[in-house]
Design a protein around this ligand. Structure first.
Ligand code: FES
Ligand code: FES
Length: 169
């Protein structure tokens, strides 16, 4: 067993310092060490996108990143989307448009969608498709997910933009 190393990672605005094995994956750190199980593991091979979260405001498949690579970094997971009991506009839109069935892909879809909308408030239909091209869904046929993201873009504009700053506050 490798010697453990101490890492400090800010997750959804809260700082965590933990000793981890160098081989520990970021998704395991989030789910098992911090017990934030909203981030899912679907394939473990960088294929499905269920494990997508934002690391330093970039979407990553956390089954492909070591926890030690997040040392000193900032992670956002699906648990951080709701603020003061209020769902993120994208979560509301997923609910209203039935953008999920089993829900397994949903946390990853949401994080890819949030990244897209924070960086492109007016995405075209094609840009929405490209924005979640790394996330697989076996249930919905994607149509309702696209509709949810498009609607969330409108909702966020109407609310003056659920900005990155707000999301990490
Ligand atoms: S679990 Fe990471 S891409 Fe599937
Ligand atoms: S809702 Fe079941 S995999 Fe997407």
């Amino acid at each position: 067993m490798s010697a453990k190393v101490t890492i400090t990672v800010t997750v959804n605005g809260q700082s965590y310092q933990r000793e981890v094995e160098p081989r520990l994956l970021l998704v395991q750190f989030i789910r098992e060490t911090l017990a934030l199980t909203g981030t899912h593991i679907g394939c473990d091979t960088t294929y499905c996108g269920a494990c997508t979260l934002l690391l330093n405001n970039e979407p990553v498949k956390s089954c492909t990143v070591l926890a030690v690579q997040a040392d000193g970094g900032e992670v956002r997971t699906v648990e951080g989307l709701e603020k003061d009991g209020k769902l993120h506009p994208l979560q509301t839109a997923f609910s209203e448009h039935h953008g999920l069935q089993c829900g397994y892909c949903t946390p990853g879809m949401l994080m890819s969608g949030v990244y897209l909308l924070e960086n492109n408030p007016n995405p075209t239909a094609l840009e929405i498709k490209k924005g979640i091209q790394g996330n697989l869904c076996r249930c919905t046929g994607y149509k309702n997910i696209y509709a949810a993201i498009a609607d969330a873009a409108e909702k966020m504009k109407a609310e003056g933009g659920a900005t990155k700053q707000q999301a990490v506050a």
